[in-house]
Design a protein around this ligand. Structure first.
Ligand SMILES: Cc1cc2nc3c(=O)[nH]c(=O)nc-3n(C[C@H](O)[C@H](O)[C@H](O)COP(=O)(O)O)c2cc1C
Length: 209
């Protein structure tokens, strides 16, 4: 069985517009991909290890092509478990609202946990080599405002460029975004219209995935 890891950073349960779109994607995905299993990692519900001084000291050892020293190993136990879980997936779905033009802090925390040298990337004479390459990703977001290319505030979208950059850095370059927007700024009718459109797009992308 192949595995889709659903990294969920939407914390409003049934009220979440992000999760309404993600559910449309997952329903179609499950229907059309019986050979795949879906595992969910809720970054608000699951504990994430703190990035302590020991964890950071270990990271610098890895960046210098060294190994985690015995004394630092305990601090890296949970970090390695999260990395292994991330790398055990064949593809990813990220569900995240826009928070302050970017991502919720718990998703950033998760990224800080897993984006480690020798595990997710390494430096070579030719530049950075992403070690999670070959895996696809779908990112479902919802935003209060409208950040489409025609919008005067499109340059304020630090969410999509950031996620493309960090996951591209670790080798995940095949990323499709489904952005439901505007969810708050233009009233209920436009919100419903855009939410429907995002759900339809999510179903189409799930079928072709
Ligand atoms: C803490 C917080 C920060 C937010 N920051 C932004 C923002 O910078 N830009 C924006 O357009 N909407 C912002 N919003 C609105 C949400 O992106 C929007 O309501 C989204 O649909 C929420 O997703 P959800 O329904 O899945 O929780 C923010 C909401 C919260 C709770």
């Amino acid at each position: 069985m192949k595995k889709l890891l659903h990294i969920c950073a939407a914390m409003r349960g049934e009220k979440s517009r992000t999760l309404i779109v993600a559910s449309a994607f997952l329903e179609k995905f499950n229907e059309t991909h019986p050979d795949w299993t879906v595992e969910t990692l809720d970054v608000f519900a699951e504990p994430l290890p703190e990035i302590t001084r020991d964890v950071t000291d270990g990271k610098y050892l890895l960046m210098a092509d060294g190994e985690i020293s015995d004394i630092l190993k305990p601090s890296w136990l949970e970090i390695k478990q999260h990395i292994n879980r991330f790398l055990s997936a064949d593809a990813y779905l990220i569900s995240t609202p826009m928070w302050n033009f970017s991502i919720p802090y718990r998703l950033k925390h998760y990224i800080d946990v897993i984006a480690q040298p020798q595990y997710l990337f390494r430096y070579t004479a030719q530049g950075v080599d992403g070690l999670a390459k070959g895996r696809k990703m779908v990112v479902i977001t919802s935003r209060g405002g409208d950040y489409t290319p025609e919008s005067p505030i499109c340059a304020l979208d630090y969410q999509e460029p950031y996620l493309r950059t960090i996951f591209g850095f670790v080798g995940v370059t095949d990323i499709t975004f489904i952005n439901a927007q505007p969810m708050d700024a233009r009233g209920r009718e436009i919100m419903k219209e855009q939410l429907d459109a995002a759900q339809n797009r999510a179903r189409e992308i799930a079928i072709k995935f």
